[in-house]
Each structure stands twice: as C-alpha cells, then as structure tokens.
Design a protein around this ligand. Structure first.
Ligand SMILES: [Ca+2]
Ligand SMILES: [Ca+2]
Length: 139
C-alpha cells in the first residue's frame, strides 16, 4: 500500500504520541492526590510533577518542621528534612490551614481554605522553600 504524505505524517505523529504517553503518565506523582482529612505538602512545584517525589501529609498542627523528613512516593523515609522546602500544597483537611515561615507559627504566612490547591508557593506570602510550621484550624 502506498500512503499519501499526509497519511504517513499522521501515522508518524500517532506513533510518537503512543511512545510518549506512558512517559507523560509516569511523571505525575502518585502522591499528587491528597486524601480527605489531610493537608498535603510537596517539595516541588505542581505537586511534584516530573520531580523528585518528596511529600508529606498532616492531620494536625506541627509547630516545627525541623524534625520532619519528607516521605518518598512509597511512604518510605527520604531522610531529607522538609524544613524550608515546601513548594506546593493541597488542602483536604476540612478547614483552613496556615503555612508559617518560622517555627512556633511566626513570620510570613499564607492560609489555604479547605479543598484549595496551590501548585506554586513562590507568589504567596509564605513563599517558596520557607515553610517551617503548619496550623490546621479545625483542631
Ligand atoms: Ca515537627
Ligand atoms: Ca501560589
């Protein structure tokens, strides 16, 4: 069978798409879904899409992240401190939650309502890679 140039181009594009699709699916973090009753923090922008998958979720206040490590995608300990490393957040905890710049709930801060998402903390008051405490209002 002789293909027209246009048909051949379409087939090439379709083949390319098929080849790329599994890779594109793989870059989404398996932890980018944040389950009910939690606030989920991520070390990378856009809930770690295409990045090292360091994340952690919270169900209650934590006044100092200095003693918290990120979890890996498989829930194992990354042994990387999450202090001053948060870049995106999803809130599913059922009330507002505030991220604070300094331990003990001081300094710059940003509040996220229930069911909100922010994939880019650099344009928030708390800023990128500055969060050191979380205050969950429903407790
Ligand atoms: Ca802590
Ligand atoms: Ca933002």
């Amino acid at each position: 069978m002789r293909l027209s140039k246009k048909a051949a181009g379409f087939i090439a594009a379709a083949t390319l798409f098929t080849a790329l699709a599994p890779a594109a699916a793989a870059v989404a973090s398996p932890r980018s879904t944040c389950y009910g009753g939690r606030v989920c923090l991520y070390a990378g922008y856009d809930y770690n899409r295409g990045q090292v998958d360091h994340w952690r979720d919270f169900t209650q206040d934590d006044s100092n992240f200095a003693d918290n490590n990120w979890l890996n995608w498989d829930f194992s300990n990354s042994w990387v401190s999450m202090n001053n490393q948060t870049s995106s957040v999803r809130n599913r905890v059922g009330c507002s939650a505030t991220l604070w710049q300094h331990p003990g709930y001081t300094g710059a801060h940003s509040t996220f309502t229930h069911n909100s998402n922010d994939g880019f903390l650099a344009n928030n008051a708390v800023g990128n890679n500055r969060t050191s405490a979380i205050d969950i209002w429903c407790h």
